[in-house]
Structure formats: structure tokens, C-alpha cells
Ligand binder design. Structure first.
Ligand code: CA
Length: 748
């Protein structure tokens, strides 16, 4: 996804040559360790059964501030805690309390839950770890043994967004889309179900299950996979039996018989002559929400698949492609649609509407309103009436150029000159990563502010189907589209030969890619304070926790856990953890002591370590926990050992084969692999490390020799001669890196 960033051509000289690079992280150790210790009782003051969460408890969660019962703590998903033992006055004494290592080395995105002294959290592939919340002592570990071939469809890495705990069970979905109900006390499987309606290639499942009344609701991802994406849907299963209760498709199928009224309405907004192989997208891959009073379950849907289908630029509705890029409410009992609001009609920029939803009551114009809030990828902060879906306000929380505002019906007015890339490449803001992506935002009941981890950047969009010289054949759902980030490593010289002339950007005062934590007043629709969290390289800084102690807490990709004054944004404390933090911190109390905990580990769509803590330390998945009076130093993972390049194998390919390999790399490999810089998967310019020979390379790429480590086979799309071309290109890259290293050495 970050094609330029991952290119060795852009590698700052010295990054490779000065230090030795490491592949020890990448080649192994990326499956969860399935060790199960005897479940031991936790020293909690009460005798509740394990995982004892129910409607009453979650409704009254403010009366038990020491618990963190659901992903966002409460029914509203606020990511706000009423705890205040740790506060603005004493936070300087916050230090390291304990850690739990997952022995995995990929992206970590889940918020831990703490229920009656037990911490539950999910990791890669849908593994679950349960531990004593006061010490990190493991209680049990669950490994779903997810089918590793699904790694191919995991566009955001084999990450997992969290568990749901309910009435003694822990619900989690594996990357291969099997939903598990586990015994909260032991981790043993009570029931499991395959949530795939059809075993169509392209689906994968990263989302956290949502309990809604008598059912648990799950979605899936894959709106950009295969040819035209998968068809998105959510499924609801009976909490006790695992029986399918209902299923709701988010986008219509071609020629569907017995279509529901809402699907017939949606079908009128799609091209009836579209390729029947296109799945349609609209996948539901992030946090959902549930209102027990209205009995409505809420979710956002992803982009249409493919999202660069023809669009009516005059503003007509025939290409809106409902219900993609929408916020949807369903009746939890029946799965029937209550309402929808499409945030980005006719989206052609990958503006998924999937970011977290926060339910609360706001006083607007003197009236208390039951609202739903979202900082959408498209750059608008939405407040909807969650009873009927009617928009109350929509205001830009980041800089944008694709839209000039809203019409009276809250349909965004598109700035065609800036955003239409059918005819020529455009630089569109925000980027397809969105003004805000999945890292959770928080809403503080104390300050009334929403704290949003935003991304201030745009990107080039180029439709390369009309570029006959490019040879580019993107396999993503956005067939024939090219995204280029204008980060520090961007190079016109690399990309223009591939995609044609790109618009020249005027000189910028600030870096073109910035992570910025913003305190947003949802009623006044303005930023109250902001703090930059990263720059130059595209990354996802961490999700946010707000507390009644006047604190806002968020991690960063450089490994810092930063604590801000919730009112002013002043930085009160920084803890250097040595591990990139993308997930949201949470807080809880056991035996009168407040803890702050976060799941750390780099991954997701950003596979290279550039700019992250992974450049310095091994990218180990860790639950890191802090308390007042804890150690000043956080224990670090072992240093990232970056080995020097050894002499690569002889180049056997011709220049035209090398060029072909470059196109194939951009088509198939950049989704997961870095080139010339360390990343969470092997750096492909390091062919000397065990895969030097063409035969071994062929067996890995085409026959699945490393399937057990999550490297899928590609023989359906990569021929033997294609693999040879790829090999030639990587050998070429290895020689470039090796020669640069030799040249940089003194006396040589
Ligand atoms: Ca998307």
C-alpha cells in the first residue's frame, strides 16, 4: 500500500550502509505460542465467575470504574474511564509495572479488556491471551490455528481488533473468519462457526465481535481483494448456541432474486452492467456499537469494490453504490435495516466509513440528543441522531480538498477539479488512509472533547488503466489504481516512468505527512488543541484513552507512550517503551490500585519499520502496564540487529526481466513486503538469507514452502517465468544495496 516508501530507490543512504540489518524478526516466530497453563484463581476481592459481563453491568459501568468491560469500556464505546487515582498532579510518578510478551512480531491493534482482575486481549491471527491484571501472570492462551493462506487477503496484516466478553464467554474471530466462543475461565472452545457465507477467496477477518442483545455480530474485510473486492456482510450468531440468527449484506448482488426492499433500493445506485465477478465491497471490518435501549447495532461499511468504478461527477445518485462508505443501523433482533447514512456517495478514494463509532448524549441547541459520532476517513466529523440516522452536523476535522462542504441534505459537495482523477492524476486530501483510520478516538465526559488520532496528508491517485506504457496490473479491488504518498521518501523520478506525469506539489512549510492528535469540540465543531505525533513517513500513531484524572493517553509509532493534559494538550509525561504503539491504551483498577495498559507492536498496513521503534528494537508484541510508583525505565526488547549485506547471488536475468520483476513486485509483493529497509515481513532485497537460489524462491512463491509462516502461494497469478523475473529484480536490488554498502566503507 505504501509503494514508494517500500522502494529501495528511496532509501536514505546510510540507513542501510551504516548499520547491519536484521531479518531474524521477519523469518519466523510469527505464530502465537499455544501454551496453556493451569487456570489459577485470580486474587480478586469478589467471587464472580470468569468473564461475568451482562447488560446490567455494562449499562452501569460508571458505577464500577475499575472494570473495562468492552472494547471502548462502556456501551457508548467512549474509550473514557472515570478513574482518577492517576491524574494531572501525580502522573509524573507513573512508571512501568509489568509486561506480558506474546512471542509474536507483527501488528497489534486490540484494546485489552479487564473484568474482575483478569485481562483479556487478542493478538495476531485471532489468538487470545488471558492474564492476571496485577502481574501479567498468564492464565491461558488460545490459538485458533488460523489457516495461514488467509494472510494473502489480510490487507492490514493478520491483525485482530479485539475480543468481546459476555456471560462467561470470550468471543474472538480468527483471520480465516471462524468465530470462536471460549470459556472465559479456561480458554477452551465452547463453540465455533465458520462465518463465511461462501468460501470465496478474498475474505479475511480482523474485527472485534459486538454483542447485541441475544446475538454476537461479526463482519469481515476484503473490499480491495481479488477482482473487485468481496461482498461485505455482517452475521449474527446466538450467544449460547452459535446458531446463525441473521445475516445482512451491505451491498446488492447482480440479479439477486428475493432481494429485500433495502437491497432493491441499493441496486438502483449501482451500474447494472458491472462485471459480475465484482463482489461490491462495503465490508465491515472495524469497531461496531450497540444501543440496548433502541436495540440497534451500528457499524460503518468500507469502500465499494472496486472503488474506482465510473462515477457520476454531476452529483446524480445512480453511482452512489449503497450501502458502501455508509454508517448503518440494524435492529439487533431481526437484522433488518433501521436506517443508513452514506458519508461518501460514489466514493472513488477508498473513504471507508469504518472508523470507530461513539454513542453519547449531547446537548445541542438546548436539546439533549441521542447521538452517534464518527471521525470519518473522508475528513468530516459526523454527529448523527442515532435514533433515525439524520445528520446533525458534519465538519472537517483535518484539512481536505476533495469536498467543498455539505449540501442541505448532508451530501458532500465534491470538488471535481481537485479530486477527479479519471482524466489525469490528482493529489487528493485526505489520503486513502483517511483523516482518521481505525485507531480508536476517545470522548471525555469530563471535558466534552473528542480526542482524535488524525493523519494530515494527501496522496496522488492515478488511474493507470489508461497508461499503456505502464505495464502495471494492480490486483487490488481498485483495479488499475495507483496510490502514491508524498512522504519524505517520495520520488517523482521513480514513479513518473511508471505512471506518467504527476501534478507538481507546491513547496510545503510543513512535512506532507503528519500524525496529529487533536482535541475536538463536537458541538462548537473546532479544534481546541493539537499535538503533532509523527511526521515524514506514513504511520498510524496509537489510539486514545481519556480519563477523569484529566489525562489523555496515546502511544506513538516511535515507541513513546505520551500523556497529555486533557484540557490544554500539554505533554505531562513520556514513557519510552521501545515498541511501536498503534492500539489504544485502557485503564482499570484492582485492589485499589489503578493501572494503565496498552498492547504494543508495529504492523498493520505499514510493513516497513522506517520511523518506528522497530528500527531500534525487535518488534515484539507486548502488553505493557503502568502504575504510580512503577519503574522509571520500561524494559526494552532486544536491539534490532541489522546485518550487513553479504554478496548477493549472480544476476542471471536480463534488463527487461528485471524491469518486469519491478512491475510484478509493485503488483503483488508491496502489500506485505519491504525492499531495502527492515519490516515486519522479510526485506526482499535480502535474497542471500536462505532464499538465494531461484529454485528455493520458486518453491516459496509458487508452491507455498513457507505457508506455515504465513507466506501464501501465488501460483494462480504468478507464472514460473514471472517468478524468475521477480527473482532477477530482487537480485538487482540486493546488488544495489550491497554496492552502496561497500562504497560507503572506508579504505575500499
Ligand atoms: Ca478500504
Amino acid at each position: 500500500m505504501i509503494r514508494k516508501l517500500l522502494s529501495a530507490w528511496l532509501l536514505p543512504v546510510g540507513l542501510v550502509s551504516a548499520s547491519a540489518m536484521c531479518v531474524q524478526v521477519a523469518w519466523g516466530g510469527d505464530t502465537p505460542q499455544a501454551k496453556r497453563s493451569d487456570p489459577a484463581p485470580v486474587q480478586a476481592e469478589n467471587r464472580r465467575p470468569a468473564g461475568d459481563v451482562n447488560v446490567k453491568r455494562l449499562r452501569e459501568s460508571d458505577s464500577e470504574p475499575g472494570q473495562w468491560l468492552a472494547n471502548g469500556r462502556d456501551f457508548g464505546g467512549s474509550h473514557y474511564s472515570p478513574l482518577k487515582q492517576i491524574n494531572t498532579q501525580n502522573v509524573s510518578k507513573l512508571g512501568f509495572a509489568w509486561q506480558f510478551k506474546t512471542s509474536t512480531y507483527r501488528g497489534m491493534e486490540a484494546t485489552p479488556l479487564v473484568i474482575d482482575g483478569v485481562l483479556y486481549v487478542s493478538g495476531i491471527w485471532g489468538a487470545v491471551y488471558a492474564m492476571d491484571a496485577t502481574s501479567g501472570r498468564p492464565l491461558w492462551t488460545f490459538d485458533p490455528h488460523s489457516d495461514p493462506s488467509y494472510a494473502r487477503w489480510a490487507g492490514e496484516d493478520v491483525v485482530n481488533h479485539g475480543v468481546a466478553v459476555w456471560q462467561g464467554k470470550v468471543y474472538v474471530i480468527a483471520t480465516d473468519c471462524r468465530l470462536f466462543a471460549l470459556d472465559a475461565g479456561t480458554g477452551s472452545v465452547i463453540w465455533k462457526v465458520n462465518t463465511l457465507a461462501k468460501n470465496t477467496a478474498g475474505y479475511e477477518c480482523p474485527g472485534a465481535p459486538q454483542v447485541a442483545g441475544p446475538v454476537v455480530v461479526v463482519g469481515n474485510a476484503g473490499g480491495e481483494n481479488g477482482k473487485g473486492g468481496v461482498r461485505g456482510y455482517v452475521s449474527a450468531y446466538d450467544l449460547t448456541s452459535g446458531r446463525l440468527a441473521w445475516r445482512f449484506y451491505t451491498v446488492p448482488a447482480i440479479g439477486e432474486k428475493d432481494a429485500t426492499p433495502e437491497m432493491r433500493r441499493a441496486a438502483a445506485t449501482w451500474d447494472p452492467n458491472r462485471d459480475p465477478a465484482f463482489g461490491g465491497g462495503g465490508t465491515v471490518w472495524d469497531e461496531m456499537a450497540y444501543d440496548p435501549d433502541l436495540d440497534l447495532v451500528y457499524f460503518g461499511t468500507g469502500n465499494a469494490g472496486p472503488y474506482n468504478a465510473p462515477r457520476d461527477w454531476s452529483g446524480g445518485t445512480s453511482t452512489d453504490r449503497l450501502y458502501a462508505a455508509s454508517i448503518v443501523a440494524l435492529h439487533a433482533k431481526t437484522g433488518q435495516m433501521a436506517w443508513h447514512y452514506q458519508a461518501t456517495p460514489g466514493d472513488v478514494w477508498d473513504y471507508d466509513a469504518t472508523a470507530g463509532l461513539i454513542l453519547t448524549n449531547l446537548s445541542i441547541g438546548g436539546t439533549s440528543r441521542h447521538v452517534l459520532m464518527q471521525a470519518n476517513k473522508n475528513g468530516y466529523f459526523y454527529i448523527l441522531d442515532r435514533e433515525n440516522g439524520r445528520p446533525i452536523s458534519a465538519a472537517p476535522y483535518v484539512y481536505m480538498n476533495w469536498s467543498k462542504g455539505m449540501d442541505a441534505s448532508f451530501r458532500p459537495i465534491v470538488d471535481r477539479a481537485q479530486a477527479e482523477y479519471d482524466t489525469s492524476p490528482k493529489f487528493v486530501i485526505p489520503s486513502m488512509w483517511g483523516g482518521h483510520n481505525w485507531p480508536p478516538m476517545a470522548y471525555s465526559a469530563a471535558t466534552g472533547l473528542v480526542y482524535i488520532p488524525t493523519i494530515e496528508t494527501g496522496m496522488f491517485y492515478a488511474d493507470v488503466r489508461k497508461n499503456p506504457g505502464s505495464h502495471l496490473q494492480w490486483v487490488d479491488g481498485a483495479t488499475g489504481i495507483m496510490w502514491l504518498f508524498a512522504d519524505k521518501s517520495f520520488s517523482y523520478e521513480y514513479w513518473e516512468p511508471l505512471v506518467g506525469p504527476l501534478p507538481r506539489l507546491p513547496p510545503a512549510k510543513e512535512p506532507r505527512v503528519r500524525g496529529v492528535l487533536k482535541a475536538w469540540d463536537p458541538i462548537q465543531k473546532k479544534v481546541v488543541w493539537e499535538q503533532q505525533t509523527s511526521q515524514d513517513y506514513l504511520m498510524l500513531d496509537g489510539g486514545v484513552l481519556a480519563t477523569a484524572g484529566g489525562l489523555v493517553i496515546a502511544g506513538r509509532e516511535d515507541g513513546l507512550l505520551v500523556i497529555y493534559d486533557a484540557s490544554t494538550g500539554k505533554i505531562l509525561k513520556k514513557l519510552d517503551t521501545g515498541t511501536a504503539i498503534m492500539a489504544a491504551p485502557m485503564t482499570y483498577e484492582v485492589d485499589g490500585k489503578q493501572y494503565i495498559s496498552v498492547l504494543a507492536g508495529h504492523g498493520g498496513s505499514v510493513y516497513a519499520f522506517l520511523g518506528t521503534a522497530g528500527m531500534q528494537y525487535v518488534n515484539e508484541g507486548r502488553v505493557l502496564t503502568f502504575a504510580l510508583g512503577g519503574a522509571a525505565e520500561v524494559p526494552k526488547s532486544p536491539p534490532q540487529v541489522i546485518k550487513p549485506f553479504r554478496q548477493p547471488p549472480k544476476q542471471g536475468g536480463s534488463p527487461s526481466e528485471i524491469l518486469k520483476g519491478k512491475y510484478l513486485y509493485n503488483t503483488y509483493c508491496t502489500r506485505c513486503h519491504s525492499l531495502g529497509v527492515p519490516g515486519i515481513t522479510p526485506d526482499l532485497s535480502r535474497l542471500e538469507d536462505g532464499i538465494a537460489s531461484l529454485d528455493v524462491f520458486q518453491s516459496i512463491v509458487r508452491k507455498g514452502a513457507l505457508l506455515s509462516r504465513g507466506m501464501p502461494r501465488f501460483d494462480d497469478v504468478i507464472s514460473e517465468s514471472d517468478a524468475r523475473a521477480l527473482h532477477s529484480y530482487f537480485v538487482d536490488e540486493a546488488w544495489t544495496a550491497y554496492r552502496a554498502e561497500v562504497a560507503a566503507k572506508p579504505n575500499k
